[in-house]
Design a protein around this ligand. Sequence first.
Ligand code: GTP
Ligand code: MG
Length: 328
Amino acid sequence: MKKKLSPDEMVKKLLAGDRRAAARLITLVEDEMDEQHEVMRQIYPHTGKAMILGITGAGGAGKSTLTDHIIHKFREQGKKVGVVVVDPSSPFSGGAFLGDRIRLQSHSQDDGVYIRSLASRGYLGGLSRATHDVIRIIEAMGMQIVIVETLGAGQDEIDIIHIAHTCLLVLTPGMGDDIQAMKAGIMEIADIIALNKADLDGANSCIRHLQGVLSVASFMEGEWIPKVIPTVSVAGKPEDLRGIDELADAITEHQAFLRKSRAIDKVKYDRVELELGLIFKDELEKLIFKGLKGTGKKKEYIESIINRKNDPYSVVEEVLNTYLVQGE
Ligand SMILES: Nc1nc2c(ncn2[C@@H]2O[C@H](COP(=O)(O)OP(=O)(O)OP(=O)(O)O)[C@@H](O)[C@H]2O)c(=O)[nH]1
Ligand SMILES: [Mg+2]
């Protein structure tokens, strides 16, 4: 039988760059095992230096294909790259997991690249929270860049994007209406916009549209203005690829901007605030349900809501007032 490593041993191996230890620790986070908190406590001091690049966009926009190119660029610079593909099992992505594997497998022999998917199953603690921890595990194994690929479809995904230092939004031609709907959002989410599949019809008008949206947006002095870069990330001949170098340069430029303007401080602050909120929410929920269960009140409350003797808001208020010490 395989010997079960203690959390301490796993962390030690992880810090030495051991890929199997990383895989096991990520599984431990995914399964929300009891050891998770202790492991993350030990890992925490070894994190915080990696650059986190979020890549988001609709299903099939070309996120993974671009990720593949970006990995190559960073590897040319000698940087080690980790990738977390979040939610590949989503019904939106149409079985992209296999596709991602194929697209990213050119790196499978490269020790400087570590790729892991996070399936969205029923995390009690939520996907965002798991993603924070998984990024840290990948950082702690020595990766200098961590790319997080997520589907940009709803609020949750946008949350995940707050995890990143630099956020790349991947759009495609023919998304005019979506862009209209996202007008405000785009500016909030994207540091860089790749208009991918620029080989398809409608690319030019889409670029003009995006530039129009940006030109009427108001930016404060010294603020980063999102860059729009047309890209072709799949082509029959390598010389038909477009925008890959520009994209890599824009990422580097945004990183330099964050450091120079000290905007990175705010990004880091927001990130910790978000994560604390997530942890408070989960842990409080667990605490409250556990406490109520002990008193037998949980069932009582739930049944009173079902029978319309009570409503969820009143119950939450009552529980908070009864069981939580009021702040002065
Ligand atoms: N014509 C054209 N097709 C592209 C381009 N980039 C990617 N594709 C194709 O678009 C499809 C989706 O690409 P992916 O990289 O898997 O897209 P994704 O955003 O990661 O997709 P999900 O993970 O499913 O959300 C693939 O069939 C690619 O070959 C491009 O620049 N031009
Ligand atoms: Mg993908």
